[in-house]
Ligand binder design. Sequence first.
Ligand SMILES: C[S@@+](CC[C@H](N)C(=O)[O-])C[C@H]1O[C@@H](n2cnc3c(N)ncnc32)[C@H](O)[C@@H]1O
Length: 168
Amino acid sequence: MSNILEELETVLSSDAQVYTPEGSESKAVVHQWVHAIAHDLPLFAEVKGVNKSAIIKTLKDNQLFKDKTSFHHKLTAHLPIVPPNKARFTFIDLFAGIGGMRIGAQNNGGVCVFSSEFEKNAQQTYLDNHGELPFGDITEIAVTDIPSHDVLFAGFPCQPFSQVMVSM
Ligand SMILES: C[S@@+](CC[C@H](N)C(=O)[O-])C[C@H]1O[C@@H](n2cnc3c(N)ncnc32)[C@H](O)[C@@H]1O
């Protein structure tokens, strides 16, 4: 993980904790906030009073934010899969796995505004690939906290359709 994400987590984690759903980590909230700020898009839990200007002020006070363009560059330049600077459309990435569908969406100008995946190893790979930790169990997340978006991607779980029973 990049140092910049660690610095952002240090500064924003206590605010993020307040809005962290059961089954998710506060890092997921921090990462959503900072990527949304870099793209000037809505923040997770804005309906509950999360204030974008106040968060940007905190970042400025800690010398972590100068302007949107340089902030986007700092957040994404080191990533193996770099998201677009400007959104042709926005999307959310549910049952996200390691973020495979996200690549196709980004290649077509999509910017992700929220992701969810509850398997820890998949979450870590998603973080390595995309620079953000997905939220955890989607059933614990209030719909109204999820930022507005143009497209919902969901690589939904296949267990209900499987013909195979495995006993361990
Ligand atoms: C078919 S895989 C998705 C693959 C993904 N689209 C990709 O491109 O890598 C379905 C995923 O849903 C996740 N999942 C299942 N139930 C979930 C839940 N309640 N909340 C979050 N993720 C869940 C599983 O851990 C699994 O990784």
